[in-house]
Design a protein around this ligand. Structure first.
Ligand code: ADP
Ligand code: MG
Length: 240
C-alpha cells in the first residue's frame, strides 16, 4: 500500500507538485495519468525516496519515505524513467547484481534471476551486454531488476514508453499477475488508452495538482468516454 499525503515540491520558481495526496491499494493497479510536465515523475521520485518533499510525506506499507527511507525503499520495486541499467553488464548480470544488493544469497539470486528471465521472455538477449539493447530489452531488464527482491509494492514511471506491441502485452500481463498476487502496482502514463486498458484506479494529475481520482467508471461518469473526461479535467491541455 502506497499513500501520498500532501506532497509538494518546487524547483526554483517552478512548483512541480502541489499538495498531492493519493492512495494505491494492494491488489489493485493504480494509474497516475497526466500530460507531460504534470508532475508525475516528481511525485513518483518522492514516493521512492530519491527526492525529499518540501512538505508532506509518503507511507509505503506504513513506513515514512521521509523519516524511514530505507525501510520504505526495501518494500518497493522501482522502474524509473529511462531504466538506468549498466551497459557493460549483460541483462542477467544486471539482475544478479541487484539480487546481491538486496541481500539475496548467491544461489537464490541466480534462481530468481532465471525465473524472471523466463517470465519476461528475455532468453534471446539475457546473456548479451546491455550496451546496444533496444528500448524494449532495456525496459525488460530494468523491470526484472525491480522485481528481483519480490517487493510488495511496484512503482513504474512511464513503463510502456518506446515498447512495441508485443512488449506492451507482456508488460500488461505481468502487471496483471502482480495485481492478482496481491501486490500494489502504481504506474504513470501520459497515454490515456494505456491507463484505461490496465487500471483499476486512476489518479488524474495536471500542473502538479490531482484533479480527480477513482475507478475509470467513476471518472467517466457523465462524460462519455474516459478520454472525454480526461480532456475536460485537464482543460484541453495537449495530450496523446
Ligand atoms: P512529468 O513526469 O509529469 O512529465 P515532471 O515531474 O518530470 O513531469 O516535471 C514537472 C515539472 O517540474 C516540469 O515543469 C519540470 O520541468 C519540472 N522539473 C522536474 N524536475 C526538475 C528538476 N530537477 N529541476 C527543475 N525542474 C524540474
Ligand atoms: Mg515523467
Amino acid at each position: 500500500m502506497i499513500e501520498a499525503q500532501h506532497l509538494s515540491k518546487r524547483f526554483g520558481a517552478v512548483v512541480a507538485v502541489r499538495e498531492v495526496s493519493l492512495r494505491a491499494a494492494d491488489g489493485r493497479i493504480t494509474g497516475l495519468l497526466g500530460p507531460n510536465g504534470a508532475g508525475k515523475s516528481t511525485t513518483l521520485r518522492m514516493l521512492y525516496t530519491v527526492l525529499r518533499p518540501d512538505t508532506g510525506d509518503a507511507l509505503i506499507d506504513g513506513y515514512s519515505a521521509v523519516r524511514t527511507p530505507l525501510e520504505a525503499a526495501r518494500r518497493l520495486g522501482v522502474l524509473a524513467q529511462g531504466g538506468g541499467i549498466y551497459p557493460n553488464l549483460t541483462a542477467r548480470e544486471n539482475i544478479l547484481y541487484f539480487a546481491r544488493l538486496h541481500g539475496l544469497a548467491r544461489a537464490q539470486g541466480r534462481s530468481r534471476t532465471a525465473e524472471l528471465i523466463a517470465l519476461l521472455e528475455m532468453e534471446q538477449f539475457a546473456d548479451r551486454r546491455a550496451k546496444g539493447f533496444s528500448q524494449g530489452e532495456r525496459i525488460k531488464t530494468a523491470l526484472a531488476r525491480a522485481l528481483v527482491h519480490r517487493p510488495r509494492n511496484v512503482l513504474l514511471d512511464e513503463p510502456t514508453n518506446g515498447l512495441d506491441v508485443m512488449a506492451v502485452r507482456t508488460l500488461r500481463r505481468l502487471l496483471g499477475s502482480l495485481r492478482d498476487a496481491g501486490h500494489c502496482v502504481l504506474f504513470s502514463s501520459h497515454v490515456m488508452q494505456e491507463v484505461s486498458a490496465l487500471c483499476d484506479e486512476v489518479v488524474v494529475i495536471a500542473a502538479g495538482t490531482v484533479l480527480a481520482s477513482g475507478t475509470p467508471e467513476a471518472i467517466r461518469a457523465g462524460s462519455g468516454t474516459l478520454e472525454e473526461a480526461f480532456v475536460r479535467l485537464i482543460g484541453g491541455a495537449e495530450i496523446s
